[in-house]
Design a protein around this ligand. Structure first.
Ligand SMILES: [Zn+2]
Length: 68
């Protein structure tokens, strides 16, 4: 397993129902996106990890139908 903890807990707002919950974000993969269902309304939330110019990963959450 990993020596360093690549999973970090982040508090996100569901883009569908607005519920706040915490999710484990895997920052070890670099830029990535994946779908996780909301714990409250069970709709598929798209998690988007994008690197900023300083190299830090920024998390955003989107509705699935916002993706093009
Ligand atoms: Zn929800």
């Amino acid at each position: 397993m990993f020596e360093n903890e690549p999973l970090q807990e982040a508090t996100i707002d569901c883009p569908y129902c607005g519920a706040q919950f915490s999710a484990l974000i895997d920052y070890s993969a670099g830029e990535s996106n994946y779908i996780e269902d909301c714990a409250v309304c069970c709709q598929p939330i798209e998690f988007y990890l994008r690197a900023q110019h300083d190299g830090e990963l920024q998390l955003s959450v989107l509705r699935e139908d916002e993706i093009y």
